[in-house]
Ligand binder design. Structure first.
Ligand code: C2E
Ligand code: CA
Ligand code: CA
Ligand code: CA
Length: 278
């Protein structure tokens, strides 16, 4: 298996090199157990429509509720998931949980889009469009409520294959968002000919806006770029009111960040939504 996890950072579980024999086997056993034992839980972070101020959707972010280590963040374990070939199984669990939650909110009369992160390795699945369509229709959900957040490294690997996968996914009616936009090493040429609905500007551009005019210049021109291509622009990492109001001024469509809410369990998000409606 060659795909490298893009989530470096502070791994609790390190790569193959750091572990030998028994310990690695132990970690793998823990992870396998986590997958079948419902230890993976989703947290949800709201997205705000900057034109209306309404909550328009959420992003599902996975956590591992580890029996002894406590709540682990994606950076702590996604590397291991990827290396051990379990990303496919994890994505399946994530999609089911996120869509169950979306169906439950929909039944409560809340129309929220659900964004799910898709690793390049889980997109390379020829029956993914059919599987996702089936998951949506069995829950009575409209495809338009599902957004797949994909990273540029997927587009980089094999353009033709990426095109055919994205075209088939988009044909089902679900939406495609380019995550961490601006941080990849791919050329912008793909914007011309790949089926994409949304660009999600990485927080490493948004957070420095307050003291770096060049970051601001990049944000402004990326919003213009998105709009001139007919794409929706989402900003992540909105941490302060200044950034929030500046983004409105620049015509950004959607904002997500700690200013509004951290990613939280579904019940907490419902409380937050209720408090906000008062
Ligand atoms: P991402 O998709 O770029 O998600 C945004 C990350 O930024 C999340 O970290 C979120 O908690 C954090 N964040 C949100 N708002 C702010 C803010 O205002 N300021 C700052 N400093 N950070 C903010 P998290 O939850 O630790 O996730 C890290 C990464 O793990 C995600 O980055 C995504 O690439 C990956 N990931 C998370 N869940 C999944 C999943 O279910 N499947 C896959 N394949 N990857 C996932
Ligand atoms: Ca994301
Ligand atoms: Ca990001
Ligand atoms: Ca990411």
């Amino acid at each position: 298996y060659t795909a490298k996890a893009t989530h470096s950072g502070h791994h609790v579980y390190r790569g193959t090199d750091d572990h030998h024999g028994e310990e690695r086997l132990h970690l793998l056993e823990e992870l396998r157990l986590a997958l079948v034992d419902d230890q993976l839980v989703m947290h949800y972070q709201p997205k705000i429509d900057l034109k209306t101020g309404d909550v328009c959707g959420v992003e599902a972010l996975v956590r591992w509720n580890h029996p002894t280590r406590g709540l682990l963040q994606p950076d702590d374990f996604l590397g291991l998931v990827e290396e051990s070939g379990l990303m496919h199984a994890m994505t399946e669990i994530v999609l089911h949980q996120a869509l169950d939650q979306a169906a439950s909110w929909s039944a409560q009369g809340r129309t929220l889009t659900m964004a799910v992160n898709m690793s390049p390795s889980s997109l390379i699945d020829t029956v993914l469009p059919e599987r996702i369509s089936a998951m949506l229709s069995s829950r009575g959900l409209s495809p338009a409520m599902l957004v797949l957040e994909i990273t540029e490294d997927f587009l980089l690997s094999d353009r033709e294959r990426a095109r055919s996968i994205l075209t088939r996914l988009q044909a089902t009616g679900i939406r495609i968002s380019i995550d961490d936009f601006g941080t990849g090493y791919s050329s912008l040429a793909y914007l011309r000919d790949l089926p994409i609905d949304e660009l999600k500007l990485d927080k490493s551009f948004i957070i420095p806006m307050k003291d770096d005019p060049r970051a601001t210049a990049l944000v402004v021109s990326t919003i213009d770029l998105a709009h001139s291509l007919g794409l929706r622009m989402v900003a992540e990492g909105v941490e302060d009111t200044t950034a929030y109001s500046e983004l409105i001024g620049y015509g950004c469509d959607v904002a997500q960040g700690f200013l509004m809410s951290h990613p939280v369990p579904a019940a907490e998000l419902e409380d937050w939504l209720a408090a906000r409606a008062l």
